[in-house]
Write a protein that binds this ligand. Structure first.
Ligand code: SF4
Length: 306
C-alpha cells in the first residue's frame, strides 16, 4: 500500500465498490449570506464548491434515483453514499435538514451519509441530529479547513479561526459511528512547501479520519479568478504538483484515508491550472508516480515522531 485510498477503505467496509452520489439539500452558506461574510471564500464558485450536485428543486428521493440511474449506466454497483456536497449542509432549518438526511438513508441501497459543512455552522441541535443519524448509518462530516495559516485564511476569506475547527473535529469525532474528513488546499499563493506541510502536520495531530487534498483551482466567476486575471500568480505544473503530493503523503499519518488528491472544479469553468482538466491523464500520472517512487504514507510522519 502506497497510500490509504478511499476505494480500498470502502472495500474494507462494504466488500465492494461504493459510489458517492452528490445530492443538494438546498442550503446556502453563512459566508455568503452575511452571517459570517458576503461573497464567500475567494475560490468558491456560485454553486457552493459542489459542481456535480443534483437539481436542488427535486425531493431527495428523486435526486437519488436520477443519480443512481447515471451510475448504473457505467457500473453494476448497488451501494451508495449519499453525499451532501455543495454549500454548508448543516446550515438551515435543522428539522428540514434532518428530514432530508433521513430520506436519503432510508433508501436500502444507501450505506452511508457524507455531509460537507463548516466547523462554525453546526448548532447544538445539529450535533444531536448527527449523533442520531450516526446510530442508524455510517456518517462522515467533511470540514473545509484549507490551511492552518491565519494569513492565508484571511486572504481566502474563510471566516473562522483555527481553534473553531479544532474544537469541531474533537467534538464530531467523539460521536460513535461518525468520522471527520478534512479538506485542504495546496499551492495557495501565500504558502511555501513548509507551510503546506505544517497544515498536514496539524491534521495529523487531530482525530481526523480522512483528507481531501486539492490544488488551488481558479474557476470562472470567482473573486479568485478576478484577482488571477488582474495579477496572475504562479501555480504548480502537473509534475511539480504530483511530486509534492508524494511528500504530502509521506508526511500524512498512515491511517488517514485519502479521498482526493487534486482539485475537482468543473472543466468548463476552469481557468488555471489547465492541466487539471485532463482528469484521466492526471490520474494516470499520479498512479505512475506512486508506482515508480518509493513513497509510503506516513514514512516521514513516523520518523518525525521518534
Ligand atoms: S464555506 Fe464552502 S460554500 Fe461557503 S463560501 Fe466557503 S467554499 Fe463556498
Amino acid at each position: 500500500m502506497r497510500y490509504r485510498s478511499a476505494n480500498e477503505y470502502y472495500r474494507s467496509l462494504f466488500a465492494q465498490k461504493v459510489y458517492r452520489i452528490a445530492l443538494d439539500a438546498g442550503c446556502t452558506c453563512p459566508n455568503r449570506d452575511g452571517t459570517v461574510g458576503y461573497g464567500g471564500c475567494i475560490f468558491c464558485s456560485g454553486s457552493g464548491s459542489g459542481e456535480f450536485a443534483a437539481d436542488r428543486d427535486l425531493p431527495i428521493r428523486d435526486q437519488l434515483e436520477q443519480a443512481k440511474a447515471r451510475v448504473r449506466a457505467k457500473s453494476d454497483s448497488d451501494k451508495y453514499i449519499a453525499y451532501f456536497q455543495n454549500f454548508t449542509n448543516t446550515y438551515g432549518d435543522e428539522e428540514e435538514l434532518r428530514a432530508k438526511y433521513k430520506d436519503a438513508i432510508e433508501d436500502p441501497q444507501v450505506v452511508g451519509l457524507s455531509i460537507a459543512t463548516r466547523p462554525d455552522a453546526i448548532s447544538e441541535k445539529m450535533y444531536g441530529i448527527l449523533e442520531e443519524l450516526a446510530e442508524r448509518t455510517h456518517v462522515w462530516v467533511e470540514l473545509g479547513l484549507q490551511t492552518i495559516h491565519e494569513e492565508s485564511a484571511k486572504w481566502m476569506r474563510r471566516g473562522y479561526a483555527l481553534p473553531v475547527f479544532d474544537e469541531a473535529v474533537r467534538r464530531l469525532s467523539s460521536i460513535s459511528g461518525l468520522d471527520v474528513i478534512v479538506h485542504v488546499i495546496m499551492d495557495l499563493p501565500c504558502e511555501d512547501e513548509e507551510k503546506m506541510l505544517s497544515t498536514i502536520g496539524h491534521i495529523n495531530s487531530l482525530p481526523v479520519h480522512g483528507i481531501k487534498i486539492a490544488n488551488l483551482n481558479v474557476l470562472a466567476g470567482t473573486d479568485l479568478a478576478r484577482q488571477y486575471e488582474k495579477d496572475p500568480f504562479p501555480l504548480m505544473d502537473m509534475d511539480t504538483y504530483i511530486r509534492f503530493l508524494g511528500t504530502v503523503i509521506e508526511n500524512l499519518r498512515e491511517n488517514i484515508v485519502v479521498y482526493r488528491m487534486t482539485g475537482d472544479g468543473a472543466k468548463k469553468a476552469l481557468i488555471a491550472p489547465l492541466w487539471v482538466a485532463d482528469k484521466r491523464k492526471v490520474r494516470n500520472s499520479i498512479d505512475a508516480f506512486f508506482r515508480t517512487h518509493d513513497i509510503v504514507q506516513g514514512k516521514c510522519f513516523s520518523q518525525g515522531k521518534e
